[in-house]
Design a binder for this molecule. Structure first.
Ligand code: ATP
Ligand code: MN
Length: 483
């Protein structure tokens, strides 16, 4: 049973075992050649580079060679030899080829040519077999690993918060309902509403929009925790930055104030990006070139001034700018696009919610650096954010990235019971349902803080892809749940 005695292409490229016999398994990207020899470019997913298999028709039958078409899966045994051709240092002289899975070239959707992103989204079940998507998903893996490594090394504990909840943490109401009731004939209350008492959980439930509230409970015991799980938002925003199902990382720390929170977030973002730079060199180099080609076809004024690698290094090497919301409003109000009425939403007065066009102006045009915006008006932020002494603002922070806009949202939490319950009253948040949350303020409360990073926005930034649908394997967006 030597089926799995295969060697990964990455290992061959790392160790260059010239003169040894190895078995490779992988998928054919292309085949070319003539009567006397065939060259098969094989890819096994371990690395972006294809490995060249040289097949001599005296050793490999014509019937087998015919089946080595783009998309087919092969087991190839042969000898590693120094390569004659340019572009690779070694290649495999095949002594036997077994076709593990054929792919009919007439029917296989992925051809060795450039496909549009839209076509590849429609073929998301196959798109990971392309260079672009395999690179994206290897980088995505490295980033996820770096997240866990960062927090583990710092003594944070990974908490799995529930996916089904009865609370709508943001109070935004953009939740997916969870029910086992018969939708055609649900039980009714005497008032005519749906009787959720008869539902599975004996109450109304939904998919979580955030693990923060439960994360806060854990932080009141383990001090430094983080969550990393799926979150769901039924917001009908068909943008390149929103998914209906996305992964969020939410650290929550006891004994942290707003400044500690911002320091951690900046250090964390830099660490994760540096990890990708150090560990995904080949994939990032490929994605850098891909982005440059994509930029070339854009009109000159829309082109990014920096390459992908420049952008990543720039974030790692520079301090983020920290300004208050109030300072940002002054900058925006006096900005050219505001005066010339170029913004879709003009900034007229203090209190306005910032749109992505404003966030991107601050980051990309004004500061040309990531920006940490703090101390937002309390009326545009959530009930749990700590009120500042001015009575108007809360200790919130949003981190804004070039090309992305908001990548992190966080705050110091309101630990003072009287201030918190007053705010909940003003915002019509039912306190009886939240008794468990309020217990943390009743018993052993302490200053604490945390933030949420949308994982796909991070992957989007690091890979330089243009659409969030292209950095998650099977995107969920309005009207789209095919795979
Ligand atoms: P936005 O204003 O961009 O919709 P938000 O204010 O709703 O973001 P938060 O509720 O603070 O975002 O969520 C924390 C983080 O989760 C955001 O900073 C962002 O990185 C990410 N995020 C939020 N909504 C989505 C979404 N629909 N798809 C992907 N990531 C998201
Ligand atoms: Mn949102």
């Amino acid at each position: 049973m030597a089926f799995n005695k295969r060697v990964k292409i990455k290992t061959i490229l790392d160790t260059n075992p010239i003169g040894t016999e190895v078995t490779l398994m992988g998928w054919v990207r292309t085949k070319r050649g003539n009567k006397n020899v065939s060259f098969i470019a094989l890819n096994d997913g371990s690395i972006i580079t294809n490995y060249q298999v040289v097949a001599d028709p005296n050793l490999i039958s014509e019937e087998i060679l015919k089946k080595c078409a783009t998309g087919a899966c092969l087991k190839v045994t042969g000898n590693v030899v120094a390569s004659q051709g340019a572009g690779q240092s070694s290649e495999l002289n095949a002594t036997s080829i077994e076709v593990l899975g054929e792919a009919d070239p007439e029917k296989y959707p992925l051809q060795p040519k450039k496909h549009s992103m839209e076509f590849l989204r429609e073929n998301a079940h196959l798109r990971m077999r392309t260079n672009t998507f395999s690179a994206v998903f290897r980088v995505r893996h490295a980033l996820a690993f770096a997240v866990h490594k960062y927090f583990n090394d710092k003594g944070f504990f990974y908490i799995h918060t529930p996916i089904i909840t009865a609370s709508d943490a943001e109070g935004a109401g953009e939740t997916f309902k969870v029910t086992t009731l018969d939708l055609k004939n649900p039980p009714k209350t005497s008032e005519g509403g749906i009787d959720y008492k008869q539902d599975f959980f004996e109450r109304e439930t939904n998919l979580t929009v955030s693990g923060q509230l439960e994360g806060e409970l854990a932080a009141m015991a383990l001090a430094d925790i983080y969550t990393f799980g799926p979150t769901f938002r039924a917001e009908n925003s068909n943008t390149t930055r929103h998914l209906a199902e996305f992964w969020m990382i939410e650290p929550e720390m006891a004994f942290y104030d707003a400044e500690d929170n911002a320091d951690l977030a900046e250090d964390f973002l830099k660490y994760v990006i540096r990890y990708a730079l150090d560990n995904c060199a080949e994939d990032l180099a490929f994605l850098d070139t891909r982005l440059q080609e994509e930029e070339k076809v854009k009109p000159a004024d829309q082109r990014s001034e920096m390459s992908l690698m420049d952008k990543l290094r720039f974030v790692v090497d520079n301090d983020f700018v920290r300004i208050t919301y109030t300072e940002a409003i002054d900058i925006l109000r006096n900005s050219n696009p505001n005066k010339k009425k170029k913004f879709s939403y003009l900034i007229e007065s203090w209190g306005a919610d910032l749109q992505s066009e404003h966030e991107r102006f601050l980051v990309e045009k004004h500061f040309k650096k990531p920006v940490i915006l703090t101390d937002y008006p309390k009326d545009i932020k959530s009930f749990y954010m700590r009120q500042n002494d001015d009575g108007k603002t809360v200790a919130a922070m949003d981190i804004l990235f070039p090309g992305i806009g908001e990548i992190v949202g966080g705050s110091q939490r309101e630990e003072r019971m009287d201030v918190l319950t007053k705010r909940m009253e003003e915002m019509n948040i039912p306190q009886d349902e939240m008794w468990w949350y309020l217990d943390t303020r009743r018993f052993g409360a302490t200053p604490h803080a945390g933030f949420g990073l949308g994982f796909e926005r991070m992957v989007l930034f690091v890979t330089g892809m243009g659409n969030i649908r292209d950095v998650i394997a099977f995107p969920r967006t309005p009207g789209n749940a095919e795979f």
